[in-house]
Design a protein around this ligand. Structure first.
Ligand code: OSB
Ligand code: MG
Length: 368
């Protein structure tokens, strides 16, 4: 295989509703898309880096620069046997997983299309339908939060996750538990707490949450291990798990009992599959996280979620929850049972709407 041409595009997309987390408010996304021409076959990938370095150190601008300045020069003119070899080729570049992950995903899509098989089958997926949960941002009032949860449950979603931050944690959880005693409920703090907040996090225990996602520092395994010893509720790590080595350390230290997997955060399918295999061997349940992706990233998340170890509902949802109009055809739809039927076509199984993508493009470079 040879990457003949790589097109980078920055598109702008306005969210249907603003999304608030402990690290900030997002009203519109700036998204870096990768269009890879591999031996004349086109594959698509999405870089999930944020607009600012607040979820992780990467941003769309660092990803663009690293891709153009370092990843592309490594792959340019290079012959490789399979998409699975690209992760090792990019190894000399340390970190920048979201840049690598988006690019590598485009190569996997192209490879699956070359072979004429669905990407999810190509990576070893086994599920024809994946289970969906939703991630709900911090809301201005508890009434608004409750109404949002009501609506998402009515749409069929199997698990509710709410974002929390100091001062906006126990009250929303208590309210939701009172109103919805039986639902699968969890919280995501995006690193908003410190070790000293253990008593506050312990006060969430009576609400039998499925898990508490990433309560402490974004790269702090030690403190999560100490906190997990104080909690019955499982800790799920998101931000902390940016490599296979960190996943192994987290599991061995007891820093978490569940892992949220994101293709971009770990650097693509090769790294994700290694972490997946480790979690299966160690009996750590996995689920697929989301990063407010456009349809292209969403399609990759669906493929990833078909791996056998993804035993819990992911943050993989319908296009219309985030976008007035998505950039793929068909849009991602969720069944009344809260599942997505995995597409059967080659590659990601959705068609990028190139014209709609071009309309939203504010920056573009063609590397060849
Ligand atoms: O922590 O999972 C997270 C969105 C942006 C950045 C980080 C996170 C999230 C979400 C949204 O929770 C998940 C989604 O795409 O629906
Ligand atoms: Mg998270």
């Amino acid at each position: 295989m040879k990457l003949r041409r790589l097109t980078l595009r920055e598109i702008r997309m306005k969210l249907v509703t603003p999304f608030e987390t402990s690290f900030g408010l997002t009203t519109a996304r700036r998204i870096l898309l990768f269009e890879a021409d591999v031996d004349g076959v086109t594959g698509w990938g999405e870089c999930v880096a944020g607009e600012g370095p607040f979820y992780s150190p990467e941003t769309i601008d660092t990803a663009w620069q690293i891709t153009e300045g370092f990843l592309w020069p490594i792959l340019r003119g290079r012959e490789f046997a399979r998409a699975g070899d690209v992760w090792a080729l990019l190894g000399p570049v340390r970190g920048h997983n979201m840049a690598k992950g988006g690019l590598e995903a485009a190569l996997w899509d192209a490879e699956a299309r070359q072979l004429g098989v669905p990407l999810w089958r190509h990576i070893g997926g086994v599920r024809e339908e994946v289970a969906c949960g939703v991630s709900i941002g911090i809301k201005p009032t508890l009434d608004e939060l409750e109404a949002t949860v009501e609506r998402e449950l009515a749409a069929g979603y199997q698990r509710i996750k709410i974002k929390i931050k100091p001062g906006n944690d126990v009250a929303p959880v208590a309210r939701l538990r009172e109103k919805f005693p039986k639902i699968r409920l969890m919280v995501d703090a995006n690193s908003a707490y410190r070790g000293e907040d253990a008593p506050l996090l312990q006060s969430l225990e009576p609400y039998y949450l499925m898990m508490i996602e990433q309560p402490l520092g974004w790269d702090d395994l030690y403190s999560h291990a100490a906190l997990q010893r104080l909690l019955q509720t499982p800790i799920c790590l998101d931000e902390c798990i940016h490599s296979e080595e960190h996943a192994r350390a987290a599991i061995e230290l007891g820093a978490c009992r569940i892992i949220n997997m994101k293709l971009g955060r770990v650097g693509g399918y090769t790294a994700a599959r290694r972490i997946h295999d480790l979690c299966v061997a160690k009996q750590i349940p996995l689920w697929c996280g989301g990063m407010l992706e456009s349809g292209i990233g969403r399609a990759h998340n669906i493929a990833l979620s078909t791996l056998p170890g993804f035993s819990l509902p992911g943050d993989v949802t319908a296009s219309k929850r985030y976008w007035e109009e998505d950039i793929i055809e068909p849009e991602v739809k969720v069944t009344p049972q809260g599942t997505i039927r995995v597409p059967t076509g080659p590659g990601i199984g959705f068609t990028p709407r190139v014209e709609a993508i071009e309309q939203r493009t504010v920056r573009k470079v063609v590397l060849e």
